[in-house]
Write a protein that binds this ligand. Sequence first.
Ligand SMILES: Cc1ncc(COP(=O)(O)O)c(C=O)c1O
Length: 416
Amino acid sequence: MPLTAADCARLDAGPDAPAFAALRERFAPGTPGTVYLDANSIGPMPLAAPARVQAALDAGWRVARRRSWNEFDWLDQPRALGQALAGVLGAGPDDVRVGESTTVNQYRLLRLALTLKAPRRVIVAERDVFSSNRYAAQGIAHAGLAELRLVPQADAAALAQALAPGDVAVVALSHVDYRHSLRLDMAALTAQAQAAGALALWDLSHSAGAVAVDLRGSAADLALGCGYKYLCGGPGAPSFVYAHPRWQDAAWPAICGWMGHADTFAFEHDYRPAAGMDGFLVGTPAVLANAAFSAAADLWRGIDPALLDARHRSLTDTLDTLVAQQCGALGVEVSSPREHARRGGHVALRFAHAGALAQALVAHGVVVSARKPDALRLGVHPLTTTHAELWQAVQVLRSLLEAGAWRDPRYQGSSV
Ligand SMILES: Cc1ncc(COP(=O)(O)O)c(C=O)c1O
């Protein structure tokens, strides 16, 4: 039976409707009539975010100036934000800190893993992993600090082969593939890496805040992810970083800075790492970015990961079905896995002209993204997207496909 608009309305009126309506109201609306399916790039804005930034600028920068460091929570933000995210990441309450970019955190966790597992010096990564993760590893190898071993994909067989020589320090994987949204089995692959004496490092950029993640339950060693995608930290928001408690005090961090010193304002001559995750702090926190992020953090503190996961499943199952039913004969194929447990935050479509089609969709009020060569990404945010919006988006997609809109010269330019 094909899904109908009425079915989508019924799904939006289900037993969780009041809870999700209340959550949606805590986000600022975008342009009326526009459907935003871009949470895989930049998540929606919490209503409270502008006032938080304004307060940091006004009461902080303008009025209190340097007194702000004592009068406000500026120095504590990396810890407070991390604590707010812990639940949705399945981390312990003090296992997470927020700071630096995802790429910088990838670099420093790789370096930490190499230190922890010395003299092993091999990094295993996926060949087609997000470019910046590969570049971070290549840079470490180029400096002569490691050897990079790329696997075609992170399945058990490919990993077994890569791990066989017994020289691997760390297996660095993306929980969800940024193109086609394949979600890996974090517990199984972590266990496989650890059984071979390696650490497992996870990039959660395309799962954190979209689906339930279980860092402690899967025994992952190290993890990080973008703050600006599903976590709604704001444009350019800092990344989060996680270390399992068994590693938090096991070595000096890869970048030692005064904020990660055991006694920052003693200005001691020699570095001494702060205990636990505080050792992962580096320099002065990005106060304005953290102020924006704090609005989302307030939301995450109260979210039940199981409810989030169920909502995401309902939405992405609906989208998957609608696309297959209405657009399957028009040359697009749903390329993300059908099973929710194997799918990440976005639903992906394979289409040879994905870039042009994405631009046509954006021009027609459906904000999506594309990645070369052929991935069209529809990033669904469980706290704001509705089933009715998905219906609307798929009607637009179908009409553009029927009209061959991707051929229009206006949509041929490159786009981020
Ligand atoms: C999976 C993944 N890892 C890393 C990054 C890079 O993050 P950043 O630019 O914050 O360093 C991105 C950016 O989109 C990403 O999708």
